[in-house]
Design a protein around this ligand. Structure first.
Ligand code: SF4
Length: 508
């Protein structure tokens, strides 16, 4: 058991603290991180320190390097592990390296889109999404079984005792984004996440909505830590501008922080009080702990914050009106409790599917006729496909397929078509992170994190096209495997009939 795991199983309430490494180990910031870790370790202030992985899409010191350096003073930090910068082989190498260093507590996330790097923007990799990565880590926990066709095939590798967690962003204001976040969370739990940390936010009702949802879906026992932001004026301005995907700071909250910053201490005390009150509220709502972000690397401030939160806890309902930071038109999954502004356990009705054009209906018809194993045509077309695949026609057939699909769907020639699962919207061309199992947490007002105001999040569009039953089927029950690059630029139509794509295991 890792120390964090032990705390989760033994303590009522756990507190973790996020460290954000910079681009050098020779700066004052790095020395401050090390001094802070040493000081808080002496007091045992936190149950774990967590270390971010190229946070905000910027290059930084690798979390395992800092984790290794801190291990003497802070055993078993939580290592953030994102999908943005590595392909699956590099991910596996890094996981093995983490095992070697005895760093087993992982916070698995999709990751922010890379912003910049040496001589320009770095390539966004996203070879796996967070669901596939959690599945991979879970399989490593059991001991990887190597498939027969690879070197060492048939072998089972020794299990690795990872303790993986995941993130969720409950601070979404529209129905589609809210439901999509929660569906993705369920997929992550099914793929093996053992704990959950939320994005930071300031809406108590949204925090509670998440707990209601998990309880309703039978996951009441999963430990959930609420993300708590200690926010000074500089940070509030950055977040208000929308510069950090997935975090919203309203005009009203920004004005409050500006007023507070006029105090002789520059707003330090007020920022700590707000965070401490929200910690108390989250504890009162039933969270198993909190994850503190954005706080100064100052052990005195950390002690003050924890002390205040303990003192505020018995009075937590008093602070609820201070944490109603959501737009007036916000969608909530549950009806409002007028007594306290939180939720009642009755669900709101969800919107029916809409926005289905002619292309959607036409594509669905073609799919049912030609690309379903239940279709009457399947037994006749299969031998034909085998003949085409074995002949010189294969090249021309593949070109024809992509010429058609490029025009209709902006197809990227992955060779393993998932259009039917995605309401006929291609995730390879329409999702900046190529995600196959639900959205990242970065969309804002339905816009993609990477193209705000220009491109809508593809998952919001998929959600709008599907009926409530189809959403549960396609956006929750299904788990799509990562893209198989061996199929790149081969015919997905032939692959379907030859059983080479992933539609077979997806079971019709
Ligand atoms: S399309 Fe949606 S899921 Fe994909 S990167 Fe943009 S916001 Fe994230």
């Amino acid at each position: 058991m890792t120390r964090f795991q032990k705390s989760l199983s033994e303590k009522d309430f756990v507190v973790t603290f996020e460290l954000v490494p910079g681009r050098s180990t020779r700066t004052r910031h790095y020395r401050e991180i090390v001094r802070f870790a040493e000081a808080v370790a002496e007091d045992g202030l936190f149950d774990a320190l967590s270390i971010t992985d190229n946070a905000g899409g910027h290059p930084a010191l690798a979390p395992e390097a800092l984790g290794r350096g801190l291990r003497i003073v802070c055993p078993e930090p939580i290592i953030h592990f994102s999908c943005k910068d590595k392909n699956r082989n590099q991910i596996e190498s890094d996981l093995l390296a983490l095992d070697r260093e005895k760093l087993h507590t992982l916070l698995i996330l999709t990751g922010d889109y890379p912003r910049y790097g040496y001589r320009g923007r770095a390539k966004p990799v996203f070879d796996l999404d967070s669901v596939s990565l959690l599945r991979m880590v879970s399989e490593m926990r059991e001991g990887f079984r190597l498939p027969p066709e690879v070197p060492g095939g048939g072998l089972t590798l020794p299990p690795v005792p990872f303790f993986p967690g995941c993130v969720v962003n409950p601070f979404k204001w529209s129905e589609a984004e809210t439901v999509l976040q929660y569906f993705k969370l369920l997929r992550k739990l099914r793929a093996g996440a053992r704990f959950v940390i939320t994005q930071v936010g300031f809406s108590a009702r949204k925090f509670q909505e998440l707990l209601f949802f998990l309880r309703e879906e039978g996951h009441e026992g999963i430990p959930v830590l609420a993300g708590i932001l200690v926010m000074d004026l500089r940070l509030a301005r950055i977040l208000h501008r929308g510069a950090v995907p997935g975090i919203t700071v309203s005009e009203r909250l920004l004005r409050t922080v500006e007023r507070e910053a006029g105090a002789p201490d520059g707003g330090r005390e007020a920022a700590l009080r707000r965070a401490a009150k929200l910690m108390a509220v989250c504890r009162g709502l039933g969270f198993r702990g909190v994850h503190i972000c954005g706080a100064p690397l100052d052990p005195v401030a950390a002690r003050e914050l924890l002390q205040m939160a303990r003192e505020f806890f018995p009075r937590w309902p008093e602070f609820l009106p201070e944490f109603a930071e959501h737009p007036a038109e916000t969608f909530f999954l549950y009806r409002e409790d007028p007594e306290n502004g939180l939720n009642r356990p009755e669900r709101q009705a969800l919107s029916p599917g809409k926005a289905r054009g002619l292309l959607y209906h036409f594509s669905r018809f073609i799919h049912r006729c030609f690309f379903s194993r239940k279709s009457r045509l399947f037994p006749y077309l299969r031998p034909l496909a085998e003949r085409v695949a074995a002949s010189a026609l294969e090249k021309h057939f593949t070109r024809l397929e992509y010429w058609l699909k490029k025009g209709l769907f902006d197809c990227q020639e992955c060779g393993d078509c998932v259009l039917a699962e995605m309401a006929f919207l291609c995730p390879q061309s329409k999702c900046a992170k190529y995600l196959l199992n639900g959205p990242c947490g970065g969309s804002r007002e339905g816009w993609c994190e990477v193209y705000p105001g220009k491109r809508r999040c593809v998952y919001v569009r998929i959600y709008e096209r599907l009926s409530p039953e189809e959403r549960r089927e396609k956006l929750l029950r299904l788990e799509l495997p990562p893209r198989n690059w061996a199929l790149f630029r081969t015919s997905s139509w032939l692959n379907f009939y030859l059983g080479k794509d992933s539609t077979g295991p997806r079971a019709e």
